[in-house]
Design a protein around this ligand. Structure first.
Ligand code: 2M8
Length: 404
């Protein structure tokens, strides 16, 4: 495959200073999408990759949080729900998404060194990570807690079912996503009602209070530890002290292993901070600590990844949920299908842990599946059939990166 088709998708989804994940389903800028998009854009136009990230960080809040959506003023408010009128936070939402931005900033700089860009983004990244560390350690164990499933980026993951069951669904709103996506591929109405309730409660607390849903997600925290490793490299490139970032990464990695690792299961589970219990679902978030090069439990985690629950290397991509679970669903969003960003991250992890043959197989599969599905949002792990929206930006961008 050559990069032409993927590049054309990124061109079509470009708004002028940022990229939409999808023209139909997600017509604004999303936080972690932009980081993945920049990883691809850097090979096509480093200037556009820098612009993408600068636009996102221009919407950073005074408290350091990077909002999960930056609304495009040129797009009608009814194009996406919940829109700016719901959030009452100017042009942004008040939630966050996984902190993959430092890794993206570093990669963009490596593609075309730009000290001014790096120096401008570094303090913003410091503030972002400080917000997570200081304002989100609800469990007091040195891990970030998410307060909404949307913050994980894996909206209807089975890992959230337990904590979400405490939330009374909101009613009386109109879902916009179903106009663009097959209902069988999207979260259920009941889950959507719970998302809206949680977001409204959080908004009404001034985006401060921990509510019914407070969860330590292994994916989010692993990506923060990795982000601190990237920060150390950024600090080195700027001639600034970097050891604090390496120590921060080590602290998160240690807390992750002490709190969320289950050695009998050989897996990282999410923890419900309200009950103190680990949630029982094996989801792809529990594989993301593989991105950490010094992960002591990597051999056991790799055994789970290649075993019957995820069958890495034998199915398409990395399934978002346990293939052996009774509630595994090959089509419904984050409850089974394989997502390209997770595949890309797990491939990085495989490379760190010396699994080169498996990493190559995953790369070849991701590239073939992306092309065959028209750059789908996600795919059936067994058949490779595309689901969700097509011409999806991070699928295209990560394709570009894998081809580079
Ligand atoms: C999905 O999430 C949004 C809410 O943030 C939605 O369902 O409307 C998730 O897949 C998330 O990871 C992604 O960032 C977003 C945009 O692609 O869509």
């Amino acid at each position: 495959m050559d990069v032409t088709r993927a590049a054309a998708i990124l061109d079509r989804n470009w708004l002028g200073s940022s990229t939409v994940p999808s023209r139909s389903l997600y017509p604004h800028q999303w936080s972690w999408d932009s980081a993945f998009i920049a990883l691809g854009l850097r090979h096509l136009s480093p200037a556009r990759a820098r612009r993408e990230l600068r636009t996102l960080f221009a919407a950073q809040w005074a408290d350091g949080r990077v909002p999960h959506i930056v609304f495009d003023p040129g797009t009608p408010p009814e194009a996406y729900f919940p829109g700016p009128g719901f959030w009452r936070a100017g042009r942004t939402s008040g939630l966050v998404q996984p902190p993959v931005h430092a890794r993206a900033v570093l990669a963009v700089h490596e593609a075309e060194p730009d000290q001014e860009f790096l120096a401008a983004l570094y303090p913003k990244l410091v503030a972002w990570h400080d917000y997570l560390r200081t304002r989100r350690d609800a469990g007091g164990r040195g891990l970030v807690a998410i307060v909404h499933p949307w913050e994980s980026g894996m909206d209807n993951s089975p890992a959230w079912d337990g904590p979400l069951a405490r939330v009374t669904p909101s009613t009386g709103f109109v879902r916009r996503d179903l106009a663009h996506g097959d209902a069988a591929d999207r979260p259920s109405d009941e889950d959507y009602g719970r998302y809206v309730r949680l977001a409204a409660d959080y908004r009404d607390s001034g985006y401060r209070a921990f509510g019914e849903f407070v969860v330590e997600d292994p994916g989010f925290n692993a990506l923060l530890a990795d982000a601190e490793l990237a920060m150390a490299e950024i600090a080195d490139a700027l001639g600034l002290p970097s050891s604090g970032h390496r120590e921060a990464a080590a602290r998160v990695a240690k807390a992750l292993q002490e709190t969320l690792w289950d050695s009998a299961a050989g897996f990282f589970f999410a923890r419900d901070v309200r009950t103190g219990a680990l949630t029982p679902a094996y989801t792809c978030a529990g594989l993301l600590p593989l991105v950490l090069p010094d992960l002591g439990v990597a051999p056991a985690l790799l055994a789970t990844a290649t075993g019957p629950r995820f069958r890495l290397g034998q199915v398409h991509g990395v399934p978002s949920h346990d293939l052996t679970a009774a509630d595994f669903d090959p089509a419904r969003y984050w409850r089974g299908p394989s997502w390209f960003n997770v595949g890309w991250l797990v491939r990085q992890g495989l490379l760190h842990h010396g699994e080169h043959a498996l990493a190559d197989r995953l790369r070849d599969d991701l590239l073939a599946t992306a092309e065959e599905t028209g750059f789908a949002e996600y795919c059936d792990p067994f058949t490779g059939e595309g689901h969700g929206t097509r011409s999806f930006s991070w699928t295209a961008a990560l394709t570009v990166d894998l081809l580079a």
